[in-house]
Each structure stands twice: as structure tokens, then as C-alpha cells.
Write a protein that binds this ligand. Structure first.
Ligand code: NAI
Ligand code: MG
Length: 365
């Protein structure tokens, strides 16, 4: 088994360091029991970096992130930094990482753990066994397109402008990620846009279709309009395997899909960039939740979203699918045994602390 995986850990603020501590325990376990050595560096991001360096991400930390095989981030932000100037807010640390690493593909799994089927707002039979992966384009589209702004157009009227822009290369690189992923899953990709009313969507559909014919025709490709997709996600979500979509639609569809399965404390994510000459793909992994200042420091936070983000790190950056399976199966077992942090508490279950959840996972491993 390959060793010396270079991992940069950025715990961040609030519950970030608490949930990351549980990841470190799993890393130690792997070191001892699976003979995998990680080369780990830990550094500051967000408010904790502002307190030390005056900026939410030091240049030196940025350099380390560019060099690392993968970055694992906790969460940033908190009320003590809310009044800072926009340019040095904690979130800017995150944005800088995403921008400079050019993380153009955001992976958001929506996975239903058996023990949590009742936590969904949908009927259990609709979501039991659900396993969707949403691939959202992250660095293009209407959030970044030019022209943009608010302008006076006379007569006391103003106009707000954003522009949906996609180039073929932007579409192709994220499509490739989706097709590659589908090959490791159920080999189905549903590409989502509004080609009926948007030219950028029309180009999207043309380009995805073209790429499909260029070496990906083992994948079952379908196309769907975004409004229909949002309906299908709550009507019959299990019809999907990989959903490929743009930045705007992906923002909404990934949140909808996530909530089918329950709590923020359970949701991991990955953001991927380009592959370099050595075959290494820039990547950052993080839970979907924030720094949860309301429960920070109380040993109450659910560490599973971060532990599942670490499992994604193993799967997608380190080619350690077996170890990723181990962690995911371990999480399933822990939940089945009735252990719950407060955010996923249910009748008849046993409430455990952040650390208690880590203990239970280690036992399951
Ligand atoms: P949040 O995700 O931090 O919390 C929302 C609610 O969910 C809170 O009641 C919190 O206690 C609960 N929660 C979140 N994660 C949990 C976990 N692992 N276990 C148990 N309960 C959990 O979002 P909120 O409150 O909007 O933002 C708080 C701070 O986090 C703000 O400063 C915000 O800017 C920042 N933030 C950072 C993000 C990031 O680092 N990626 C993402 C979202 C918010
Ligand atoms: Mg969102």
C-alpha cells in the first residue's frame, strides 16, 4: 500500500477544532492498524488565522495548500469576527483557497444512512438506500459572469445585472469529473440545465453530449431541466446516481438533496481542481456545516460530517477506497447501535458527545 500521503489539516474556528480532533484519532488508528502513514501538517484558517496573522489565510498556509495532496478543512467564522472589514473576514480564507487552488468541481453526496431514514421529511421507502452524488460547477456561471453590477438607468430606475457565462473548457472539465465519478458508482449521469431558455444551458447540453461520445459512452447519460430536477428530487430521488450541473442550479439542488437525508452534521463535501503532470488532483474536503458558535466548545458537535469528509479524502485523493468504505460502514454501525449527537437525536437513542461519537466509531472500526 502506498504511504506518505501529504495532508494539510485546517481545523478553523468554533466546532472546527473539536470535530477535527476525532479525525486525528482515526488517522492515528489507521497508522497503527492499517499501516498507512500520513504526512500531516496542521495550520490556521479563518478567525484563528486573523487573530494570529491579521489575515484569514497566511501566504505560507496558501503555499502549503498548493503543495499538499489534499486539504481537510473544518469550518470558519464566528460572532467575534463579524464586524471586521469584508476583505479580512474569516470566509475570505475559504474563498482564497477555492480560488487559488481553482477548485472547479464541488462534490456533494446525499446519502441516506439506514438508521436515519426516519429523520427525512420524505417517506422512508422513498429515501431508504438513497445514494446520490451532485457534481456542481463551482468557479464559473452567474456568480462570477461579467457584466455585473447595479446601475442607474434614469427616471429613478435602477437595474441589477448578473450574467450566466460558460465556456466550453469550463463545461468540459467538470463534465469529465462527473463521468469519471460515475464509473466508480452506478455509471449514470444526469446533466441538468435549462437549455430550453438559456444559451449557456444549451451550450452545456451540447458539450456534455459531445464529450459523452468521446470515450464515455459506457456511461448512461440523460439530460433534465433544472426545475424538473428539483421536483424529481423530492418525488423520486432514487432515480439519480450522479447529477452534473452548473454553479447556480447546483447551489440549490445540492441543498435540497442534502436535506432529504437529515442533518447538517452528517454532510461531507469535496472540491476538486485540475490534475497536474504527476497525476495529482488539487482537492479540498470539508463538512457542509459552519462553525456552529452556538454549541462550540461544549463537546456537543456531530463529528460525522468531517469524518465522512475524511473518508472522501481517502477515496478521491489517496485512492484508498477500502479504507473509505471502512469509515462509512463504521458510521452506519454506530448509527445503527443508537448512538446520536444532539442534532440527530431520536426517540430511544443514546445521546453522546463529540468525543463519544469518535469513541464509538473507533470501536466500530
Ligand atoms: P452553522 O452550520 O454553523 O450552524 C447552523 C446550525 O446547525 C446551528 O444551530 C448549529 O449548532 C448546527 N450545526 C452545524 N453543524 C453542526 C454539527 N456538526 N453538529 C451539530 N450541530 C451542528 O451555520 P450558521 O449558524 O449559519 O453559521 C455560523 C458561522 O459559521 C458563521 O460565522 C458562518 O459565517 C460560518 N459558516 C462557515 C461555513 C464554512 O466554514 N464552510 C459554512 C457556513 C457558515
Ligand atoms: Mg448554498
Amino acid at each position: 500500500m502506498a504511504s506518505n500521503k501529504n495532508l494539510l489539516i485546517l481545523p478553523g474556528d468554533g466546532i472546527g477544532p473539536e470535530v477535527m480532533r476525532e479525525v486525528r484519532r482515526v488517522v492515528d488508528w489507521m497508522d497503527k492498524r492499517r499501516a498507512v502513514t500520513f504526512d500531516i501538517d496542521e495550520d490556521l484558517v479563518g478567525g484563528s488565522a486573523i487573530d494570529k496573522h491579521g489575515v484569514p489565510l497566511a501566504d505560507e498556509t496558501m503555499d502549503k495548500a498548493m503543495e499538499a495532496d489534499a486539504v481537510l478543512l473544518g469550518a470558519v467564522g464566528g460572532p467575534q469576527w463579524d464586524n471586521l472589514d469584508f476583505s479580512i473576514k474569516p470566509e475570505r480564507g475559504l474563498l482564497r483557497l477555492r480560488k487559488e487552488m481553482e477548485l472547479f468541481a464541488n462534490l456533494r453526496p446525499a446519502l441516506c444512512f439506514d438508521a436515519l431514514v426516519d429523520a427525512s421529511s420524505l417517506k422512508p421507502e422513498l429515501i431508504a438506500g438513497l445514494d446520490i452524488m451532485i457534481v456542481r460547477e463551482l468557479t464559473g456561471g452567474v456568480y462570477f459572469g461579467e457584466p455585473r453590477g447595479i446601475e442607474d438607468i434614469g427616471n429613478g430606475e435602477r437595474r441589477g445585472i448578473n450574467t450566466q457565462v460558460y465556456t466550453t473548457s469550463e463545461i468540459r472539465r467538470v463534465t469529465e469529473v462527473a463521468f469519471d465519478l460515475a464509473r466508480k458508482r452506478d455509471s449514470r449521469v444526469c446533466s441538468v440545465e435549462k437549455a430550453n431558455v438559456m444559451e449557456a444551458g444549451l451550450l452545456w447540453r451540447e458539450e456534455v453530449t459531445k464529450m459523452h461520445g468521446e470515450g464515455f459512452d459506457d456511461i448512461e447519460l440523460s439530460h433534465m431541466y433544472a426545475d424538473n430536477c428539483s421536483m424529481q428530487l423530492v418525488r423520486a430521488p432514487k432515480q439519480f446516481d450522479v447529477i452534473l450541473t452548473d454553479n447556480l442550479f447546483g447551489d440549490m439542488l445540492s441543498d435540497t438533496a442534502a436535506m432529504l437525508t437529515g442533518s447538517l452534521g452528517m454532510l461531507p463535501s469535496a472540491s476538486l481542481g485540475a490534475t497536474d503532470e504527476t497525476g495529482r488532483r488539487k482537492a479540498m474536503y470539508e463538512p457542509v456545516h459552519g462553525s456552529a458558535p452556538d454549541i462550540a466548545g461544549e463537546n456537543k458537535a456531530n463529528p460525522l460530517a468531517t469524518l465522512l469528509s475524511f473518508a472522501m479524502t481517502l477515496r478521491y485523493s489517496f485512492d484508498m477506497g477500502d479504507e473509505a468504505d471502512l469509515i462509512e460502514n463504521g458510521v452506519n454501525k454506530v448509527l445503527a447501535s443508537g448512538k446520536r449527537t444532539g442534532d440527530i437525536m431520536a426517540d430511544g437513542c443514546e445521546i453522546v458527545s463529540t468525543e463519544g461519537m469518535g469513541d464509538a466509531l473507533l470501536r466500530a472500526l
